[in-house]
Design a protein around this ligand. Structure first.
Ligand SMILES: O=C(O)C1=C[C@@H](OP(=O)(O)O)[C@@H](O)[C@H](O)C1
Ligand SMILES: C=C(OP(=O)(O)O)C(=O)O
Length: 412
């Protein structure tokens, strides 16, 4: 499968869609399962990124080469895992893009603790070589402004260290809900962990008091249905499982954000019903998405589809994700005739547009979220999504699920 043609269409009624488990929760739990083998994970993610994590952690040989492909969480979480595993000797590499995604902040902190990690190519970037060490130190300082994944990575190994771990965060803290997710996962398994102001403390824990964790489905994946419903007629609705009202995932903020686009979220049992209840007449929206960077692409494409201008801020991390997402969005949104400006941490969609008769071809830059965030625009005009298979990084079922709602999904 390469490119996919989405002819202009309306949503069809359906029996509801079950989205697989959150990749963020799953990748945390897989690492914890490697430390605490009795841990039982239910509704785990079927994403490529979780598969990469699973395979890497199943290595029996202490001396191995691991390729994490595009999986940022796997790259960062596995670095700490092997760095504190006495006797391990591994090389971790990834896709070309992964070798442009910085890791120095995490490596410096681990080496400060007593690890032995070196760069095989460019200083500060994967591939890296790790020689696992027994870590006796229990205090570490880390820059918190570039990626919360570095902090999660340290938190996940903290309870396995002989003296636990105290992590001091330096500077402003980015993507905070992901740190809180890690904290909640640890606490719910019975690991003593606290996060006050700029200090995180994880206590040494031999055994989990609760050894089953049910992963909630992935809210970032749900965002594409919010966009589809936002671009549909009043009363259109869709049911998604399995979600809960008290989510650990910051992207559950979708329920609030999409009220701006006339969408109501109804929680019933373990599912949500998204329903378009109003055609609101807002013309412009301003949002700081520092807490929910992964839904920025979804939201700006919804705005384009609805003819709303928008100003999204707090997005400095988008430049170091699967692609430079700010530049990629600008390139693709401008194909529709939109005027888009970007800065180091923001993006503005400045005008509304007229949709075209001919299909528009969307480049996806090896970024699953470029493919999935543009797909809902097929309710407004025909699209060709290039390299459509990229979605499997987080949501392998995406095109099949979309097809169950929309008759015309054609592989080219
Ligand atoms: O911890 C996690 O599971 C994630 C943290 C976020 O990254 P940053 O902290 O680098 O923004 C997010 O964008 C990513 O998709 C998943
Ligand atoms: C940024 C993402 O993932 P990662 O950083 O784990 O590659 C994402 O899924 O949008």
């Amino acid at each position: 499968m390469n490119d996919i043609l989405l002819n202009k269409n309306e949503l069809k009624n359906n029996q509801g869609i079950i989205i697989s488990g959150s990749k963020s929760e799953t990748n945390r739990l897989l690492l914890l399962q490697a430390i605490y083998p009795n841990l039982n994970i239910e509704n785990a993610s079927n994403s490529d990124d979780s598969e990469v994590m699973r395979n890497a952690l199943q290595l029996v040989d202490n001396s191995s080469e691991i390729n994490v492909h595009h999986a940022g969480t796997a790259m960062r979480f596995l670095t700490s895992y092997f760095a504190v595993k006495e006797g391990a000797e591994v090389v971790i590499s990834g896709s070309e893009r992964m070798h442009e995604r910085p890791i120095k902040i995490l490596v410096d902190s681990l080496n400060q603790l007593g690890s032995n990690i070196s760069y095989l190519n460019k200083e500060g970037f994967p591939p890296i070589k790790i020689i696992g060490k027994k870590i006796k130190n229990n205090k570490v300082l880390i820059d918190a402004n570039v990626s919360s994944q570095y902090i999660t990575s340290l938190m996940l190994v903290g309870s396995s260290l002989p003296n636990g771990l105290e992590i001091q965060l330096k500077g402003s803290i980015t993507s905070i809900p992901y740190i809180k997710m890690t904290l909640s996962v640890l606490q719910s398994l019975g690991i003593k962990a606290e996060f006050n102001d700029k200090t995180i403390r994880i206590s040494k824990t031999e055994k989990l008091t609760n050894d089953t964790f049910v992963v909630e489905s992935d809210w970032s994946s749900a965002s594409y249905y919010y966009s589809l419903i936002a671009l549909s007629k009043i009363d259109t609705q869709i049911t998604l499982g399995y979600f809960k009202q008290n989510s650990l995932q910051g992207d559950a903020v979708l329920t609030e954000i999409y009220q701006n686009f006339g969408i109501q979220t109804i929680f019933t049992d373990n599912k949500i019903i998204l329903k378009k209840v109003e055609n609101l007449s807002i013309k412009n929206i301003n949002l700081n998405l520092n807490n929910a960077p992964d839904i920025a692409q979804t939201i700006i494409v919804t705005c384009l589809g609805l003819g709303i201008t928008c100003n999204l801020t707090g997005l400095h991390t988008l430049k170091i994700k699967e692609t430079d997402r700010l530049q990629a969005l600008k390139n693709e949104l401008e194909k529709f005739g939109a005027s888009v400006s970007i800065s180091a941490d923001s993006i503005q969609l400045n005008n509304s547009i007229d949709f075209k008769k001919e299909s528009v071809s969307i480049e996806t830059y090896q970024d699953h979220r470029m493919a999935m965030s543009f797909a809902p625009l097929a309710l407004k005009q025909s699209l060709i999504i290039k390299n459509a298979h990229v979605v499997s990084k987080s949501y392998p079922d995406f095109w099949n699920h979309l097809k169950s709602l929309n008759t015309s999904t054609k592989y080219l």
